[in-house]
Every structure is written in C-alpha cells, then in structure tokens.
Design a protein around this ligand. Structure first.
Ligand code: AMP
Length: 126
C-alpha cells in the first residue's frame, strides 16, 4: 500500500522555511530541532528532509544515504547532548510514533531523542 504524504504537515512547513524551528543540527538530508513541548530536559526531533510519513515508509523508500544520514545525525545529537552511553552512561530513549495506534500527531517521519533525566518504564500497561 503506498504511503500518502500530506505536504501541509507542520514539519513540511518547517522544512520549507514557512515556520521557524529551534535547530540543533543539520545536514544536507536531515534536520534536528528541539521539540516545542519538551517532555524531558533533552527532547530533540530528528527528521529526514525527504517526504516520508513514518518509519516503514522511510525504510522502504529512502535511499541508503538518507537512512545512514538520519542515523548518524541522531547519534551526533546524542553525543553533543552528553547522553552517549559510551561516556558516563547517562543514556537516552529514541521513540518513533507511527499511525493511529502509535498516536502519531505529525505525519512526517521523525525520531524523538529523550534524555537528561530517568525516563521510567517504556510503556504504561493497558
Ligand atoms: P508525534 O506524536 O510523534 O507525531 O510527535 C510530534 C511532536 O512534534 C510532538 O512532541 C510536538 O510537541 C512536536 N511539535 C509539534 N509542532 C512543533 C513545532 N512547530 N516545533 C517543534 N516541535 C513541534
């Protein structure tokens, strides 16, 4: 089934420069910026600049270069924020919400990087 990308979503508007963002890091293919409603001391969103709706769309349709770029930019933000488990073991959580059951609000693929405090259990039961 094809993925139906809505180019009026808020991250598409950020990428077109129609609304501002608080950029953390950027490459030719990917952008990292602070979440407007932070859930933790570090809450950065990492998005591809290409038009992909969710993880399975990105995995199926992005180029290897785009996938590598997003993965490496995510790691760069983790390192620059001092969250790398290779340093003091602080750690972090990466979340990507997809679709209805994943409660995805913005239909442009994105990773949430969360850290800076103990993050609790992964999911509430129920
Ligand atoms: P999700 O539920 O995974 O789609 O999460 C979307 C995230 O985008 C939420 O954490 C929002 O706080 C965040 N968000 C929405 N609009 C903006 C914006 N203009 N700049 C930065 N983050 C935003």
């Amino acid at each position: 089934m094809p993925f139906d990308y809505d180019d009026q979503n808020i991250f598409a508007k950020i990428l077109r420069g129609e609304i501002p963002n608080d950029t953390v890091a950027e490459t030719e293919m990917s952008l990292a910026f602070n979440d407007i409603s932070a859930q933790a001391p570090v809450h950065v969103l990492v998005i591809p600049k290409g038009a992909y709706t969710c993880h399975d769309d990105f995995a199926a349709n992005a180029s290897d270069a785009e996938i590598a770029d997003l993965t490496r930019l995510t790691a760069r933000v983790i390192a620059e924020k001092g969250l790398s488990t290779g340093d003091d073991g602080a750690g972090y959580r990466i979340i990507t919400n997809s679709g209805r059951d994943g409660v995805q609000e913005v239909p442009h693929y994105h990773l949430h990087i969360l850290g800076g405090r103990p993050l609790g259990r992964m999911l509430e039961k129920g």
